[in-house]
Design a protein around this ligand. Structure first.
Ligand code: WT7
Length: 668
């Protein structure tokens, strides 16, 4: 089961012996200085979780009203800090205003296009300035009809206003759902429909690799899309707030669309933070699963913020002087927890960059590191592999000596990339934190602590405080060390998802039914002799393409929604750069010519239905798809064909064996 899904270049046992202790000098300054200290806290956290989390919550966050109970666990439903009240925006902003942090940079932003002089437009917002913008914009939201509990869609480029919009929603108890700018109009419409949002916050455009992403145009299209029964999907939308960014002459619909900057002129900067229940919804973030449309993962207030704050502090070892840069887009959970909420709750300086890593040239990231003196860099293995391919001459052009800590997230990192990152970017002096977590977990779950944990290239090492992971077999029994199995989490944790928006049955089925009583991650894993967790990758029908999570079922339904397609099956194959690539097996309807033109058409069709991130890398036409007698598509077989491997295992249940031969040779 595991071998089929193994992405490219995943480490094997031979790397386990390369151990990198925390660099000398690092531990002395770090929040957690030794394995003994980590173990002591970890044991406390899992042996007396309520005591541990109660203490942490008191120390880390500002509460308007204390809790009655730390945890109420009625599996699979958790309530953390029951009865307590707090506000996320208050904890990220107001609490710093009477401290020396008030005039410290909260956000340093660089736009993609050239500014004047040094490459890149620049903006810096101190905590005081950010607070003011957030208060103003929260009043704009109120003025446009939003109330506590309403949902708003945020569809913006990576600009400070994305963080401002999120924090403004949090300030008045509006639930935000950020949609990644690379998703299509259809995806925007589907999400609006699912969460019944009242308002969209967008921009005329954003910059990406020198081109303008037409966000407002996509919103206009989204608001017109109807489903099969003629219902307008986004009919709940009353207002669209438009940020001027690209100045690309967009259409403004009177009565519905308003300009961000005009609205800001009409409101006061006084907006007290609303006391929110600890379990009040904070955001919904859509992510792909193994079946159907993306699921709206629901996160709430107190537990989420505590998780985001503590993991930021301990995993990145945040210190007052740091310039911290997480390269993720706010459209993903990494951007929520580690660009906005986690760093700001800690009073850190968080850097945001709008554009592509290779625009105008492949050294853009290293220019930014040098220019701002970045000390902590958190990025994805797929980016690191691209940098390796582009060549060491690009980072070598720049002074990267400010860096003191490196992180990775999103997919397993192959040891070759880990070593390159360590040597070429980190100059062998920076610890690497390989952090495993998911949209659903809200924050980092398995990770080294940089001053304590000896690392090995390719493993996320050990659990964070309060996290109890285990590798189990199909019966849910723990497997011995060094055997593969399913990764589950045995105990609830504060930043865990609270459900799937509008579909609690799906929440139970997806996460809590595979292994009774435990949270099923969807990942395969192995623990080595030291107890380190080696994540193998997804074992469900979810692919990880360049760190983006893509459901095969979603791409399949996008393909069959094209009138020329009869059937489609989508599988992953290993890819050196992206980890996995998408391969679609397609049968066409009678009279349709399966040629290169149709391939291009179908790829564009998927981009339109979901977004460019979901475009299949290969489309292979077949006369029929291999099926079992009961009519199930044999994915295992397709994966082997897609990877160019030999067909192994039992194929006797194949309905029509000759289909196999045709599939294998269908490439023109
Ligand atoms: C899936 C979750 C949460 C951040 C971004 C991705 C894979 C994530 C690692 C890692 C191996 C990893 C898993 C997981 N993954 N980090 N350090 N090592 N695999 O969030 O889109 O919800 O995807 O990403 O397969 O299940 P996501």
């Amino acid at each position: 089961m595991l071998a089929n899904n193994q992405p490219a270049n995943i480490s094997s046992f031979q790397h386990e012996d390369r151990v990198f202790p925390p660099p000398k000098g690092f531990a002395a300054q770090a929040h957690i200085k030794s394995m003994a200290q980590y173990r002591k806290l970890y044991n406390e956290s899992v042996n007396s979780p309520e005591k541990f989390w109660g203490k942490q919550a008191k120390e880390e966050l500002v509460w308007f009203k204390p809790w009655k109970k730390v945890l109420e666990w009625k599996a699979p439903f958790a309530k953390w800090f029951v009865g307590a009240k707090l506000n996320v925006s208050y904890n990220c902003l107001d609490r710093h205003l009477n401290t020396i942090t008030a005039n410290k940079a909260a956000l340093i932003w660089e736009g993609e296009p050239a500014g004047t002089g040094v490459l890149g437009e620049e903006r810096t917002l101190t905590y005081k300035q950010l607070h003011r913008e957030v208060c103003l914009f929260a009043n704009v939201l109120k003025r446009n009809g939003l109330k506590k509990g309403d949902r708003a869609i945020i569809y913006l480029p990576m600009v400070p206003e994305a963080a401002i919009a999120m924090l403004a929603c949090a300030r008045i108890g509006v639930v935000h759902s950020v949609v990644f700018g690379g998703f299509s109009a259809q995806s925007v419409a589907d999400r609006i429909h699912d969460c019944q949002a009242k308002l969209v916050i967008t921009a005329d455009g954003g910059f990406r690799r020198g081109a303008i992403v037409p966000l407002k145009q996509n919103v206009d299209d989204a608001l017109g899309i109807q489903n099969a029964s003629g219902e307008v999907l986004a009919k709940t939308i009353q207002k669209v707030i438009v940020l001027r960014r690209a100045n690309n002459g967009i259409h403004i619909q009177e009565g519905r669309d308003v300009w961000w900057h005009r609205e800001m002129d009409n409101v006061s900067a006084d907006c007290p933070a609303e006391p929110m229940d600890s379990e009040a919804p904070l955001f919904i973030l859509y992510t792909s699963g193994s079946t159907g449309k993306p699921k709206g993962i629901l996160h709430t207030t107190g537990g989420y913020l505590l998780g985001a704050k503590m993991t930021s502090k301990y995993v990145f070892d945040l210190q007052a002087m740091d310039t911290y840069w997480c390269t993720a887009d706010v459209g993903w959970v990494t951007g929520h927890s580690y660009v906005v909420y986690g760093p700001l709750a800690n009073g850190a300086t968080s850097l945001m960059y709008e554009g592509a890593p290779n625009f105008p040239e492949p050294d853009r990231f290293w220019r930014i590191v040098e220019k701002y003196g970045v000390t902590i860099l958190y990025t994805a293995p797929t980016a690191i592999r691209a940098f390796m391919k582009w060549g060491t001459e690009w980072p070598r052009k720049h002074n990267l000596s400010s860096l003191r800590l490196l992180g990775t997230v999103g997919e397993p990192i192959n040891p070759e990339a880990w070593i390159w990152y360590h040597e070429v970017i980190g100059g062998k002096r920076c610890p690497i934190v390989d952090t495993w977590w998911q949209t659903e977990t809200g924050g980092i779950m398995i990770t080294p602590l940089p001053g304590a944990t000896p690392t090995k290239p390719g493993t996320a090492t050990l659990p964070f405080f309060g996290v109890l992971p285990e590798v189990v077999d199909d019966q849910g029994k723990a497997v011995p060390r060094n055997s593969g199995g399913k990764l589950v989490i045995r105990k609830p944790w504060p930043s865990m998802l609270r459900g799937i928006w509008g579909d609690m049955q799906r929440y139970r089925d997806t996460y809590w039914s595979e292994v009774k009583g435990s949270y099923f991650t969807g990942d395969g894993c192995r623990q080595d002799k030291d107890g380190y967790f080696w994540i193998v990758g997804r074992i469900d029908d979810v692919l990880n393409v360049a760190g983006h999570r893509i459901g095969t079922a979603e791409v399949e339904s996008a393909l069959v929604s094209n009138h020329k397609v009869a059937e489609a099956a989508v599988v992953g194959r290993p890819d050196d750069l992206k980890g996995q690539a998408l391969v679609a097996f397609v049968t066409v309807k009678g009279g349709v010519t399966a040629d290169q033109k149709l391939r291009d058409e179908l790829r564009n069709h998927v981009a339109k239905e979901i977004g460019p991130v979901a475009k299949p890398d290969d489309i292979r036409f077949a006369e029929a798809l291999p099926k079992t007698r009961s009519g199930k598509i044999m994915r295992r077989l397709l994966k082997q064909i897609a990877s160019g491997g030999e067909i192994k295992g039992d194929t006797t249940t194949l309905e029509d064996l000759s289909v196999l031969a045709r599939l294998s040779s269908s490439e023109e």
